[in-house]
Design a protein around this ligand. Structure first.
Ligand code: FAD
Length: 431
Protein backbone atom coordinates (compact mmCIF):
# COMPACT_ATOMS: atom_id res chain seq x y z
CA UNK A 1 0.00 0.00 0.00
CA UNK A 2 2.67 2.56 -0.92
CA UNK A 3 0.54 4.41 -3.50
CA UNK A 4 -0.25 8.05 -2.75
CA UNK A 5 -3.87 9.19 -2.90
CA UNK A 6 -5.43 12.62 -3.22
CA UNK A 7 -7.45 11.76 -0.12
CA UNK A 8 -7.84 9.00 2.43
CA UNK A 9 -11.19 8.81 4.23
CA UNK A 10 -11.18 6.84 7.50
CA UNK A 11 -14.54 5.24 8.33
CA UNK A 12 -17.38 4.16 6.05
CA UNK A 13 -20.39 5.57 7.88
CA UNK A 14 -22.69 8.25 6.41
CA UNK A 15 -20.02 10.97 6.84
CA UNK A 16 -17.13 9.04 5.28
CA UNK A 17 -19.13 7.51 2.44
CA UNK A 18 -20.66 10.90 1.50
CA UNK A 19 -17.20 12.43 1.42
CA UNK A 20 -15.61 9.58 -0.57
CA UNK A 21 -18.55 9.56 -3.01
CA UNK A 22 -18.32 13.27 -3.80
CA UNK A 23 -14.52 13.25 -3.93
CA UNK A 24 -14.50 10.39 -6.44
CA UNK A 25 -17.29 12.04 -8.42
CA UNK A 26 -15.18 15.22 -8.55
CA UNK A 27 -12.27 13.27 -10.05
CA UNK A 28 -10.15 12.73 -6.93
CA UNK A 29 -8.21 9.56 -6.29
CA UNK A 30 -9.72 8.47 -2.96
CA UNK A 31 -9.22 5.57 -0.58
CA UNK A 32 -12.00 4.74 1.91
CA UNK A 33 -10.84 2.59 4.84
CA UNK A 34 -13.33 0.71 7.04
CA UNK A 35 -12.49 -1.48 10.02
CA UNK A 36 -15.69 -3.52 9.80
CA UNK A 37 -16.23 -6.59 7.66
CA UNK A 38 -18.31 -4.34 5.38
CA UNK A 39 -19.71 -0.78 5.67
CA UNK A 40 -22.56 -0.82 8.16
CA UNK A 41 -21.46 -4.00 9.91
CA UNK A 42 -20.45 -2.00 12.99
CA UNK A 43 -22.90 0.86 12.62
CA UNK A 44 -25.97 1.56 14.73
CA UNK A 45 -28.85 3.97 14.25
CA UNK A 46 -32.51 4.16 15.29
CA UNK A 47 -32.66 4.98 12.43
CA UNK A 48 -34.26 7.84 10.67
CA UNK A 49 -32.53 8.86 7.46
CA UNK A 50 -33.19 12.39 6.21
CA UNK A 51 -34.09 12.61 2.55
CA UNK A 52 -32.86 16.15 1.80
CA UNK A 53 -29.23 15.64 2.87
CA UNK A 54 -29.03 12.28 1.14
CA UNK A 55 -30.46 13.79 -2.06
CA UNK A 56 -27.76 16.46 -1.95
CA UNK A 57 -25.41 13.54 -2.64
CA UNK A 58 -27.50 11.10 -4.70
CA UNK A 59 -30.64 12.64 -6.24
CA UNK A 60 -33.70 10.35 -6.15
CA UNK A 61 -31.77 7.74 -4.16
CA UNK A 62 -35.12 6.54 -2.79
CA UNK A 63 -35.90 4.92 -6.12
CA UNK A 64 -33.23 2.27 -5.56
CA UNK A 65 -31.81 2.43 -2.01
CA UNK A 66 -32.68 -0.29 0.53
CA UNK A 67 -35.06 1.79 2.66
CA UNK A 68 -37.56 0.45 5.16
CA UNK A 69 -40.55 2.81 5.29
CA UNK A 70 -41.18 6.48 4.43
CA UNK A 71 -42.26 8.09 7.71
CA UNK A 72 -45.74 9.59 7.61
CA UNK A 73 -46.29 9.98 11.34
CA UNK A 74 -44.11 11.20 14.20
CA UNK A 75 -45.42 10.57 17.71
CA UNK A 76 -44.05 11.86 21.00
CA UNK A 77 -44.90 9.99 24.19
CA UNK A 78 -44.48 11.54 27.64
CA UNK A 79 -44.45 8.37 29.72
CA UNK A 80 -45.26 7.59 33.31
CA UNK A 81 -45.34 4.13 34.90
CA UNK A 82 -48.91 3.37 33.84
CA UNK A 83 -49.82 6.21 31.51
CA UNK A 84 -48.57 8.30 28.63
CA UNK A 85 -49.52 11.66 27.19
CA UNK A 86 -48.96 11.39 23.46
CA UNK A 87 -49.05 13.91 20.63
CA UNK A 88 -48.34 13.32 17.02
CA UNK A 89 -48.30 14.68 13.51
CA UNK A 90 -49.37 12.53 10.59
CA UNK A 91 -49.11 13.94 7.09
CA UNK A 92 -49.83 12.04 3.90
CA UNK A 93 -47.74 14.56 1.97
CA UNK A 94 -44.82 12.52 3.36
CA UNK A 95 -46.19 9.30 1.83
CA UNK A 96 -45.46 10.48 -1.70
CA UNK A 97 -42.35 11.40 -3.63
CA UNK A 98 -40.08 13.10 -2.78
CA UNK A 99 -40.98 11.96 0.78
CA UNK A 100 -39.53 13.45 3.98
CA UNK A 101 -37.60 10.87 6.03
CA UNK A 102 -37.21 7.09 5.95
CA UNK A 103 -36.43 4.38 8.44
CA UNK A 104 -33.35 2.38 7.46
CA UNK A 105 -31.32 -0.53 8.77
CA UNK A 106 -27.72 0.59 8.62
CA UNK A 107 -26.17 -2.78 7.82
CA UNK A 108 -28.08 -2.78 4.52
CA UNK A 109 -28.09 0.94 3.79
CA UNK A 110 -24.39 1.66 4.39
CA UNK A 111 -23.36 -1.22 2.10
CA UNK A 112 -25.53 0.12 -0.69
CA UNK A 113 -24.27 3.68 -0.16
CA UNK A 114 -20.62 2.57 -0.12
CA UNK A 115 -21.20 0.68 -3.40
CA UNK A 116 -22.33 3.99 -4.89
CA UNK A 117 -19.05 5.61 -3.82
CA UNK A 118 -17.14 2.70 -5.36
CA UNK A 119 -19.11 3.09 -8.61
CA UNK A 120 -17.91 6.70 -8.70
CA UNK A 121 -14.33 5.45 -8.47
CA UNK A 122 -13.54 5.39 -4.73
CA UNK A 123 -11.42 2.46 -3.56
CA UNK A 124 -12.91 0.78 -0.50
CA UNK A 125 -10.91 -1.50 1.77
CA UNK A 126 -12.72 -3.26 4.60
CA UNK A 127 -11.41 -5.08 7.67
CA UNK A 128 -8.62 -2.55 8.03
CA UNK A 129 -8.09 -0.49 11.16
CA UNK A 130 -6.38 2.88 10.96
CA UNK A 131 -4.09 2.93 13.97
CA UNK A 132 -2.81 6.48 13.72
CA UNK A 133 -2.24 9.44 11.43
CA UNK A 134 1.24 9.82 9.99
CA UNK A 135 2.46 13.32 10.81
CA UNK A 136 5.50 14.92 9.20
CA UNK A 137 6.60 18.47 10.05
CA UNK A 138 3.31 19.09 11.84
CA UNK A 139 1.29 18.06 8.79
CA UNK A 140 -0.84 14.92 8.39
CA UNK A 141 0.50 13.08 5.35
CA UNK A 142 -1.14 9.67 5.62
CA UNK A 143 -2.31 6.90 7.92
CA UNK A 144 -0.82 3.81 9.52
CA UNK A 145 -3.09 0.77 9.24
CA UNK A 146 -2.98 -2.67 10.88
CA UNK A 147 -2.09 -4.34 7.56
CA UNK A 148 1.43 -5.52 6.84
CA UNK A 149 3.19 -2.60 5.06
CA UNK A 150 0.12 -0.68 6.01
CA UNK A 151 1.28 2.95 5.69
CA UNK A 152 -0.72 4.89 3.09
CA UNK A 153 -0.10 8.47 2.02
CA UNK A 154 -2.40 11.23 0.77
CA UNK A 155 -2.59 15.00 0.38
CA UNK A 156 -5.50 15.04 2.81
CA UNK A 157 -6.80 12.63 5.45
CA UNK A 158 -10.49 12.92 6.33
CA UNK A 159 -11.32 11.48 9.75
CA UNK A 160 -14.84 10.02 9.72
CA UNK A 161 -14.19 7.38 12.38
CA UNK A 162 -17.26 8.17 14.44
CA UNK A 163 -17.92 9.05 18.06
CA UNK A 164 -14.82 9.22 20.28
CA UNK A 165 -12.52 9.61 17.24
CA UNK A 166 -9.34 8.36 18.84
CA UNK A 167 -7.49 9.57 15.74
CA UNK A 168 -8.57 13.22 16.17
CA UNK A 169 -7.90 12.87 19.90
CA UNK A 170 -4.36 11.64 19.27
CA UNK A 171 -3.76 14.73 17.09
CA UNK A 172 -4.79 16.82 20.10
CA UNK A 173 -7.98 18.03 18.38
CA UNK A 174 -10.19 17.14 21.33
CA UNK A 175 -9.86 15.69 24.82
CA UNK A 176 -11.30 12.36 25.90
CA UNK A 177 -15.05 12.97 26.24
CA UNK A 178 -16.55 13.13 29.71
CA UNK A 179 -19.53 10.93 30.71
CA UNK A 180 -21.89 13.90 30.29
CA UNK A 181 -20.77 14.46 26.69
CA UNK A 182 -21.74 11.04 25.34
CA UNK A 183 -24.88 8.95 25.56
CA UNK A 184 -24.94 5.18 25.52
CA UNK A 185 -27.80 3.71 23.49
CA UNK A 186 -28.92 0.11 23.31
CA UNK A 187 -31.48 -1.17 20.87
CA UNK A 188 -33.09 -4.29 19.52
CA UNK A 189 -34.41 -5.05 16.08
CA UNK A 190 -37.59 -7.08 16.61
CA UNK A 191 -39.05 -9.27 13.90
CA UNK A 192 -42.81 -8.84 13.44
CA UNK A 193 -45.24 -9.62 10.62
CA UNK A 194 -45.60 -6.68 8.19
CA UNK A 195 -49.41 -6.69 8.37
CA UNK A 196 -49.38 -6.71 12.19
CA UNK A 197 -47.05 -3.69 12.16
CA UNK A 198 -49.40 -1.82 9.83
CA UNK A 199 -52.47 -2.66 11.95
CA UNK A 200 -50.84 -1.77 15.27
CA UNK A 201 -49.40 1.52 14.07
CA UNK A 202 -52.39 2.49 11.89
CA UNK A 203 -50.37 2.47 8.68
CA UNK A 204 -50.95 1.52 5.09
CA UNK A 205 -48.48 -0.34 2.93
CA UNK A 206 -45.18 1.56 2.53
CA UNK A 207 -45.94 4.00 5.36
CA UNK A 208 -43.93 4.30 8.55
CA UNK A 209 -44.28 5.74 12.03
CA UNK A 210 -41.73 6.90 14.58
CA UNK A 211 -42.42 7.20 18.30
CA UNK A 212 -40.02 9.13 20.53
CA UNK A 213 -40.26 8.15 24.19
CA UNK A 214 -39.61 10.45 27.14
CA UNK A 215 -39.83 10.15 30.91
CA UNK A 216 -40.39 6.69 32.33
CA UNK A 217 -38.88 5.08 29.19
CA UNK A 218 -35.53 5.96 30.75
CA UNK A 219 -36.81 5.67 34.35
CA UNK A 220 -36.73 9.47 34.47
CA UNK A 221 -33.01 9.62 33.62
CA UNK A 222 -32.15 12.35 31.11
CA UNK A 223 -32.38 10.63 27.74
CA UNK A 224 -34.90 9.25 25.29
CA UNK A 225 -36.22 6.04 23.85
CA UNK A 226 -37.52 5.27 20.40
CA UNK A 227 -39.79 2.82 18.62
CA UNK A 228 -39.62 2.89 14.82
CA UNK A 229 -41.38 0.81 12.20
CA UNK A 230 -39.38 -0.95 9.52
CA UNK A 231 -40.82 -3.21 6.79
CA UNK A 232 -41.16 -6.35 8.89
CA UNK A 233 -39.21 -5.39 11.99
CA UNK A 234 -39.40 -2.77 14.73
CA UNK A 235 -36.42 -0.85 16.10
CA UNK A 236 -36.77 -0.27 19.84
CA UNK A 237 -34.06 1.50 21.79
CA UNK A 238 -33.19 3.68 24.71
CA UNK A 239 -30.26 6.00 25.34
CA UNK A 240 -29.09 8.14 28.23
CA UNK A 241 -26.02 10.16 29.05
CA UNK A 242 -23.27 7.94 30.50
CA UNK A 243 -23.24 10.23 33.52
CA UNK A 244 -26.93 9.37 34.13
CA UNK A 245 -26.25 5.63 34.02
CA UNK A 246 -23.36 6.04 36.45
CA UNK A 247 -25.37 8.27 38.81
CA UNK A 248 -28.37 5.92 38.87
CA UNK A 249 -26.23 2.75 38.84
CA UNK A 250 -28.28 1.26 35.99
CA UNK A 251 -26.94 -0.99 33.26
CA UNK A 252 -28.01 0.02 29.72
CA UNK A 253 -29.52 -3.41 28.93
CA UNK A 254 -31.62 -3.17 32.12
CA UNK A 255 -33.16 0.03 30.74
CA UNK A 256 -33.89 -1.68 27.43
CA UNK A 257 -35.56 -4.61 29.22
CA UNK A 258 -37.55 -2.11 31.29
CA UNK A 259 -38.88 -0.29 28.23
CA UNK A 260 -39.65 -3.58 26.44
CA UNK A 261 -41.85 -4.56 29.37
CA UNK A 262 -43.41 -1.15 29.87
CA UNK A 263 -47.23 -1.36 29.64
CA UNK A 264 -47.28 1.55 27.14
CA UNK A 265 -44.82 -0.24 24.82
CA UNK A 266 -45.48 -3.95 25.38
CA UNK A 267 -48.64 -4.08 23.24
CA UNK A 268 -46.80 -2.65 20.23
CA UNK A 269 -44.09 -5.31 20.30
CA UNK A 270 -46.12 -8.29 21.53
CA UNK A 271 -45.36 -11.48 19.59
CA UNK A 272 -42.15 -10.07 18.09
CA UNK A 273 -38.85 -11.96 18.07
CA UNK A 274 -35.52 -10.28 18.85
CA UNK A 275 -33.38 -10.40 15.73
CA UNK A 276 -30.43 -8.22 16.68
CA UNK A 277 -29.09 -6.48 19.79
CA UNK A 278 -26.94 -3.38 19.30
CA UNK A 279 -25.21 -0.85 21.52
CA UNK A 280 -23.38 2.32 20.55
CA UNK A 281 -22.28 5.69 21.88
CA UNK A 282 -23.80 8.96 20.65
CA UNK A 283 -21.89 12.23 20.90
CA UNK A 284 -24.21 14.58 22.78
CA UNK A 285 -21.90 17.26 24.12
CA UNK A 286 -23.06 19.59 21.34
CA UNK A 287 -21.35 22.67 20.02
CA UNK A 288 -19.37 23.31 23.22
CA UNK A 289 -17.76 19.86 22.99
CA UNK A 290 -16.66 20.24 19.36
CA UNK A 291 -12.89 20.24 19.15
CA UNK A 292 -10.65 21.41 16.34
CA UNK A 293 -11.96 20.10 13.01
CA UNK A 294 -9.31 21.23 10.54
CA UNK A 295 -5.52 21.03 10.54
CA UNK A 296 -2.71 20.90 7.99
CA UNK A 297 -3.64 17.98 5.73
CA UNK A 298 -6.58 16.83 7.85
CA UNK A 299 -10.33 17.38 8.24
CA UNK A 300 -12.70 15.86 10.83
CA UNK A 301 -16.34 15.12 9.92
CA UNK A 302 -19.54 13.54 11.30
CA UNK A 303 -19.76 12.05 14.79
CA UNK A 304 -15.97 12.33 15.02
CA UNK A 305 -16.53 16.07 15.42
CA UNK A 306 -19.56 15.72 17.79
CA UNK A 307 -22.06 16.66 15.06
CA UNK A 308 -25.29 15.42 16.63
CA UNK A 309 -28.46 17.40 17.33
CA UNK A 310 -29.84 15.33 20.21
CA UNK A 311 -33.01 17.44 20.60
CA UNK A 312 -34.11 16.54 17.06
CA UNK A 313 -32.44 13.05 16.95
CA UNK A 314 -30.42 14.17 13.93
CA UNK A 315 -26.95 12.83 13.30
CA UNK A 316 -26.77 11.01 9.98
CA UNK A 317 -27.87 14.15 8.10
CA UNK A 318 -25.23 16.31 9.80
CA UNK A 319 -22.68 13.59 9.03
CA UNK A 320 -23.64 13.55 5.34
CA UNK A 321 -23.60 17.33 5.01
CA UNK A 322 -20.21 17.54 6.71
CA UNK A 323 -18.90 14.82 4.36
CA UNK A 324 -20.22 16.68 1.33
CA UNK A 325 -18.69 20.00 2.45
CA UNK A 326 -15.37 18.32 3.25
CA UNK A 327 -15.28 16.82 -0.27
CA UNK A 328 -16.08 20.20 -1.79
CA UNK A 329 -13.19 21.73 0.18
CA UNK A 330 -10.69 19.02 -0.71
CA UNK A 331 -11.54 19.40 -4.41
CA UNK A 332 -10.90 23.16 -4.14
CA UNK A 333 -7.65 22.47 -2.29
CA UNK A 334 -6.61 20.00 -5.01
CA UNK A 335 -7.23 22.62 -7.68
CA UNK A 336 -5.16 25.14 -5.74
CA UNK A 337 -2.49 22.58 -4.83
CA UNK A 338 -2.73 23.82 -1.24
CA UNK A 339 -3.68 21.46 1.61
CA UNK A 340 -2.77 23.78 4.46
CA UNK A 341 -5.05 24.38 7.44
CA UNK A 342 -5.76 27.85 6.07
CA UNK A 343 -7.07 26.40 2.80
CA UNK A 344 -9.00 23.55 4.43
CA UNK A 345 -10.60 26.02 6.83
CA UNK A 346 -13.11 26.64 4.02
CA UNK A 347 -14.80 23.45 5.31
CA UNK A 348 -15.13 24.76 8.88
CA UNK A 349 -16.54 28.10 7.69
CA UNK A 350 -19.08 26.46 5.34
CA UNK A 351 -20.12 23.96 8.01
CA UNK A 352 -20.61 26.51 10.76
CA UNK A 353 -22.35 29.06 8.52
CA UNK A 354 -24.84 26.50 7.24
CA UNK A 355 -27.69 24.68 8.99
CA UNK A 356 -25.31 22.27 10.74
CA UNK A 357 -23.43 25.02 12.59
CA UNK A 358 -26.58 27.07 13.16
CA UNK A 359 -28.40 24.12 14.78
CA UNK A 360 -25.37 23.10 16.83
CA UNK A 361 -25.15 26.66 18.17
CA UNK A 362 -28.91 26.91 18.76
CA UNK A 363 -28.91 23.89 21.09
CA UNK A 364 -25.40 24.34 22.50
CA UNK A 365 -26.55 24.40 26.14
CA UNK A 366 -29.46 21.96 25.93
CA UNK A 367 -27.81 18.67 26.95
CA UNK A 368 -26.13 20.20 29.98
CA UNK A 369 -29.25 22.12 30.96
CA UNK A 370 -31.40 18.98 31.12
CA UNK A 371 -28.61 17.12 32.89
CA UNK A 372 -28.24 19.87 35.49
CA UNK A 373 -32.00 20.15 36.08
CA UNK A 374 -33.32 16.56 35.98
CA UNK A 375 -36.75 17.68 37.29
CA UNK A 376 -38.03 17.99 33.69
CA UNK A 377 -37.83 14.22 33.35
CA UNK A 378 -38.23 13.21 36.99
CA UNK A 379 -41.07 15.52 38.08
CA UNK A 380 -42.69 17.43 35.24
CA UNK A 381 -43.48 14.50 32.93
CA UNK A 382 -45.30 12.65 35.77
CA UNK A 383 -47.03 15.96 36.58
CA UNK A 384 -48.45 16.43 33.06
CA UNK A 385 -49.64 12.82 33.12
CA UNK A 386 -51.50 13.43 36.41
CA UNK A 387 -52.99 16.62 34.97
CA UNK A 388 -54.22 14.78 31.87
CA UNK A 389 -55.68 11.96 33.97
CA UNK A 390 -57.45 14.48 36.21
CA UNK A 391 -58.88 16.47 33.30
CA UNK A 392 -60.02 13.49 31.23
CA UNK A 393 -61.57 11.48 34.09
CA UNK A 394 -65.32 12.13 34.12
CA UNK A 395 -66.25 11.83 37.80
CA UNK A 396 -69.02 14.37 38.35
CA UNK A 397 -66.75 17.18 39.55
CA UNK A 398 -66.81 20.39 37.52
CA UNK A 399 -63.98 21.37 35.20
CA UNK A 400 -63.28 24.38 37.52
CA UNK A 401 -62.77 21.94 40.40
CA UNK A 402 -60.49 19.86 38.22
CA UNK A 403 -58.40 22.88 37.28
CA UNK A 404 -58.10 23.71 41.00
CA UNK A 405 -56.91 20.17 41.75
CA UNK A 406 -54.35 20.37 38.95
CA UNK A 407 -53.06 23.71 40.30
CA UNK A 408 -52.86 22.21 43.79
CA UNK A 409 -50.82 19.32 42.40
CA UNK A 410 -48.26 21.84 41.13
CA UNK A 411 -47.35 22.47 44.79
CA UNK A 412 -46.82 25.56 46.92
CA UNK A 413 -46.50 29.07 45.49
CA UNK A 414 -42.73 28.67 45.72
CA UNK A 415 -42.87 25.41 43.72
CA UNK A 416 -45.11 27.05 41.11
CA UNK A 417 -42.55 29.83 40.69
CA UNK A 418 -39.85 27.19 40.32
CA UNK A 419 -41.91 25.48 37.61
CA UNK A 420 -42.48 28.78 35.77
CA UNK A 421 -38.75 29.53 36.02
CA UNK A 422 -37.87 26.06 34.65
CA UNK A 423 -40.28 26.48 31.72
CA UNK A 424 -38.66 29.83 30.94
CA UNK A 425 -35.17 28.33 31.25
CA UNK A 426 -36.06 25.41 28.98
CA UNK A 427 -37.48 27.81 26.41
CA UNK A 428 -34.26 29.84 26.59
CA UNK A 429 -31.99 26.87 25.89
CA UNK A 430 -33.98 25.69 22.86
CA UNK A 431 -35.20 29.01 21.45
P1 FAD B 1 -20.44 6.23 12.09
O1 FAD B 1 -21.73 5.93 11.47
O2 FAD B 1 -20.23 5.82 13.50
O3 FAD B 1 -19.31 5.61 11.18
C1 FAD B 1 -17.96 5.57 11.60
C2 FAD B 1 -17.28 4.46 10.82
O4 FAD B 1 -15.88 4.50 11.07
C3 FAD B 1 -17.75 3.06 11.25
O5 FAD B 1 -18.10 2.34 10.10
C4 FAD B 1 -16.53 2.46 11.96
O6 FAD B 1 -16.47 1.07 11.84
C5 FAD B 1 -15.40 3.17 11.24
N1 FAD B 1 -14.14 3.29 12.03
C6 FAD B 1 -14.02 3.75 13.30
N2 FAD B 1 -12.73 3.76 13.69
C7 FAD B 1 -12.02 3.30 12.62
C8 FAD B 1 -10.64 3.08 12.39
N3 FAD B 1 -9.73 3.39 13.32
N4 FAD B 1 -10.26 2.56 11.20
C9 FAD B 1 -11.17 2.28 10.23
N5 FAD B 1 -12.50 2.48 10.39
C10 FAD B 1 -12.92 3.00 11.56
N6 FAD B 1 -29.04 9.71 13.57
C11 FAD B 1 -30.06 10.04 12.77
O7 FAD B 1 -29.88 10.85 11.85
N7 FAD B 1 -31.31 9.49 12.93
C12 FAD B 1 -31.56 8.58 13.90
O8 FAD B 1 -32.67 8.06 14.02
C13 FAD B 1 -30.49 8.20 14.75
N8 FAD B 1 -30.69 7.29 15.73
C14 FAD B 1 -29.64 6.82 16.42
C15 FAD B 1 -29.83 5.77 17.32
C16 FAD B 1 -28.77 5.20 17.97
C17 FAD B 1 -29.02 4.06 18.92
C18 FAD B 1 -27.45 5.71 17.75
C19 FAD B 1 -26.27 5.08 18.43
C20 FAD B 1 -27.25 6.78 16.90
C21 FAD B 1 -28.32 7.35 16.22
N9 FAD B 1 -28.16 8.39 15.31
C22 FAD B 1 -29.21 8.80 14.55
C23 FAD B 1 -26.85 9.05 15.11
C24 FAD B 1 -26.16 8.53 13.84
O9 FAD B 1 -26.10 7.14 13.88
C25 FAD B 1 -24.77 9.11 13.73
O10 FAD B 1 -24.81 10.50 13.90
C26 FAD B 1 -24.15 8.77 12.38
O11 FAD B 1 -24.04 7.40 12.21
C27 FAD B 1 -22.78 9.41 12.26
O12 FAD B 1 -22.15 8.98 11.08
P2 FAD B 1 -20.57 8.91 10.99
O13 FAD B 1 -20.27 8.47 9.60
O14 FAD B 1 -19.97 10.17 11.48
O15 FAD B 1 -20.13 7.81 12.06
Amino acid sequence: MSEKFDAIVVGAGPAGISCAHDLAKGGANVLLIERGEYPGSKNVMGGVLYRKMMEDIIPEFYKEAPLERPIVEQRFMMMEKESALTFSYKGLEWAKEPYNNFTVLRAKFDQWFADKAVQQGAILINETVVLECIVEDGRVVGVRTDRPDGDVYADVVVLADGVNSLLAQSLGFHKEYKPNEVALATMEVLKLDKKIIEDRFNLEDNQGCTIELFGDATKGIVGTGFLYTNKDTLSLGVGTLLSGLIKHKIKPYELLEYVKNHPMIRPYIQGSEPQEYLAHLIPEGGYNSMGKIVGDGVIVIGDASQLVNAIHREGSNLAMTSGRLAAETVLLAKEAGDFSERMLDHYRVKLLDGFVGQDMKKYKDSTHHFEKFPQYFEQYIPMVNRAASQMFTVDGSSKWEKQKKIMKDLGSTKEKFKLARDIYRAWKVVK
